[in-house]
Design a protein around this ligand. Structure first.
Ligand code: IPM
Ligand code: MG
Length: 357
């Protein structure tokens, strides 16, 4: 069986970090005889520059043919002037929607070696292991109507629409309950049901789905409180289920608990576990091209790829084990270095590969 993986490097630090992750893919391909076939295409600002479109048809065709996709990051100030419809982020949103990647997994696990890199006190975060399940193809990100219009008064007004259908809520709820079942059996659904009707329905549908998972303990939390609880006592959570926008925000908060957003991988899956794998962090244009970005989130996204799409827990844990040993040895890129000496993107990649050996 071949494993067809499409590589989308994207913008900013995307190419640098993906290069290291691709080296990891090649090493495990050899070691486990996986029959990997790699292809590459453009997305985001890079695709806009080449084709005037952040998601060219050719990229979408290749994405549909692939078993899994590894993506770096998109966007940057260079494209700030670009029309909203052609912005690099539209490429990412387009591929998520186009492939039906509605289930986004964002684990926030604190590597014990990095407890001091967290902005929170050691005892609040040590042993932290939470999973955010974010709905990724609906909500206010995609709701119509949307736009900027001119009112009769001549003043302009921007508007978006927050909507979720019952079936959209139900399918992501099932994913979250199943994930909770495999972990510690606790699911907290995050909404704003004291104000927004969409999330009144969200809460109702999640309650219905819960009846099929009597073994999972369900709770609900308003999003403002959830943001506060994440920085007050994050270990109270096991799995957090939420919509697209709240999940975007809360996953950055959760990421920082672990010391650096440069450490967090993510998986975005369709109904058949085909997936797009990408670090939670963005394109970091401020440090792009300097060879100092942390490649570990992307490398751990590769581990998630083997776990979720290719069902190779052995390959996934060997990559995660290598990363953990590299951290044990004190290797740190600048974002997690805490005033000590730091290594480059490439040196970090080399170290992981040496551990994979
Ligand atoms: C993320 C990013 C994206 C999002 C942007 C780049 C469109 O912030 O994956 O969290 O908002 O979903
Ligand atoms: Mg985000």
């Amino acid at each position: 069986m071949t494993q067809n993986i499409l590589i989308l490097k994207g913008d900013g630090i995307g190419p640098e970090i993906v290069d290291e992750a691709v080296r990891v893919i090649r090493v495990v391909d050899q070691k486990y005889n996986l029959g990997t076939r790699l292809s590459e295409a453009l997305i985001g600002g890079a695709a806009y520059d080449a084709h005037g479109n952040p998601l060219p048809g050719e990229t979408m065709t290749q994405a549909m043919a692939a078993d899994a996709i590894l993506l770096g990051a998109v966007g940057g100030p260079k494209w700030n002037h670009v029309d909203a419809a052609q912005r690099p982020e539209k490429g990412l949103l387009g591929i998520r929607a186009g492939l039906g990647l509605f289930a986004n997994f964002r684990p926030a696990i604190l590597s014990p070696q990095l407890a001091d890199a967290s902005s929170l006190k050691h005892e609040l975060v040590s042993g932290l292991d939470i999973l955010i399940v974010r709905e990724l193809t609906g909500g206010i990100y995609f709701g119509e109507p949307r736009g900027i219009r001119t009112l009769k008064s001549g003043e302009r007004e921007g508007f978006n629409t927050y909507r979720y259908s019952e079936s959209e809520i139900r399918r992501i709820a099932h994913v979250a309950f199943q994930a909770a079942r495999k972990r510690n059996g606790r699911l907290c659904s995050v909404d704003k049901s004291n104000v927004l009707e969409v999330t009144v329905l969200w809460r109702e549908v999640v309650e219905q789905v819960a009846t099929e998972y009597p073994d999972v303990e369900l709770s609900h939390m308003l999003v403002d409180n959830a943001a506060m609880q994440l920085v007050r006592a994050p270990k109270q959570f096991d799995v957090l289920l939420t919509g697209n926008l709240f999940g975007d925000i809360l996953s950055d908060v959760a990421a920082m608990l672990t010391g650096s957003i440069g450490m967090l991988p993510s998986a975005s899956l369709d109904i058949n576990n085909k997936g797009l794998y990408e670090p939670v962090h963005g394109s970091a244009p401020d440090i792009a091209g300097q060879g100092i970005a942390n490649p570990l989130a992307t490398i751990m996204s590769v581990a998630m790829m083997y776990r979720y799409t290719f069902n190779r827990e052995d390959v996934a844990s060997s990559i995660e084990g290598a990363v953990s040993r590299v951290l044990d040895k004190g290797m740190r890129t600048a974002d997690i270095a805490n005033d000590t000496a730091s290594v480059s993107t490439k040196e970090m990649g080399n170290a992981v590969i040496a551990e994979l050996g």
